[in-house]
Write a protein that binds this ligand. Structure first.
Ligand code: NAD
Length: 279
């Protein structure tokens, strides 16, 4: 990959859930665009592999490091953000780590412990990331901060295949992001929520497996006839992180191939999808 082109030149960025999927593709693009990147994840072995991938694909990256962080623990999140004090403070945080548990179900069958686990990671983790990034941006007198939180299209449209804890958690991410966008607007800190449609990442694909009927039930709702790719989310995150999006604030930034705008979808083969970098 070419040397940094610099849409994020000089920005110190943190990405949570950076070891795979959207987080890894975003780490690669951020590094390519000249950001200093702190890749955070709960899985250290996965992080090490992901770091090797970023270094292989972006040999000229300014600074890319990793840190183990469980986003549901405030002390971990605080340590992660404060690790960037010596870099000059955080300019961008992408609060992206999230889980979708296999035991998540409907109002009757969702176990309470799955509800709590999901909300601890998907909601509290995002709150902690926002809180400590704001503190860092204030401490380092940043005039242009960008905070991007990963929600989901399930926060916008209902599904007859419920994962109630997950859906509720993503609705909370949308609401808290919107509110913080208004609260901090005059400090120069922007907040936006990314709403991905279902993607070709392990989070969903491992769960769908080879079940063609289960897969088709979802694919039919995509006007383009395919799931999204992680890199298609990552490109949106680069825009939201950069100063190019200086007037984009408080948005539910939907990257879904038109899924949430569709009624009857076309038939025929899907056009080709872009390739992820990490594959
Ligand atoms: N894949 C999809 O279809 C889809 C659709 C909409 C939204 N999303 C959201 O996008 C985000 C990223 O998902 P992905 O598809 O790239 O999934 P992924 O499973 O590939 O990546 C998620 C990463 O988060 C990490 N993680 C899990 N718990 C953590 C914790 N407590 N602390 C820190 N890291 C933790 C995992 O180790 C993993 O590397 C999630 O918030 C997910 O809910 C995904």
């Amino acid at each position: 990959m070419a040397t940094p082109r610099g849409r994020l030149q000089g920005k110190n960025a943190i990405i949570t859930g950076a070891a795979g999927g959207i987080g890894l593709e975003t780490s690669i693009l951020f590094a390519r665009e000249g950001a200093n990147v702190l890749m955070a994840d709960i899985s250290l072995p996965a992080l090490e592999k992901a770091l090797a991938k970023v270094k292989e694909l972006v040999p000229g990256a300014p600074r890319v490091e990793t840190t183990k962080c469980d986003v549901s623990k405030e002390s971990d999140v605080q340590a992660m953000v404060e690790a960037q004090d010596s870099w000059g403070g955080t300019d961008v945080i992408f609060n992206n780590a999230g889980i979708m548990h296999a035991d998540d179900a409907d109002a009757v069958d969702t176990p309470e412990k799955i509800w709590d686990l999901t909300h601890n990671i998907n909601v509290k983790g995002v709150w902690f990331g926002c809180k400590h990034a704001v503190l860092s941006m204030r401490k380092h007198k940043k005039e242009r901060g960008s905070i991007i939180n990963t929600a989901s299209v399930v926060a916008l449209v209902g599904s007859a295949t419920p994962q109630l804890a997950y859906t509720a958690s993503k609705g909370a991410v949308l609401a808290l992001t919107r509110e913080l966008a208004i609260v901090h607007a005059r400090e120069g800190i922007r907040f936006n929520a990314l709403c991905p449609a279902p993607l070709n990442t392990p989070l969903l694909q491992d769960w769908l497996g080879d079940d063609q009927a289960k897969r088709h039930r979802r694919e039919v709702h995509f006007p383009m006839g395919r799931f999204g790719e992680a890199i298609e989310q990552a490109h949106a995150v680069v825009f939201l992180a950069s100063d190019e999006s200086s007037f984009v604030n408080g948005s539910d930034f939907v990257v879904d191939g038109g899924m949430t705008r569709a009624y009857v979808t076309p038939e025929g083969p899907a056009p080709a999808a872009p390739q992820n970098q990490a594959r």
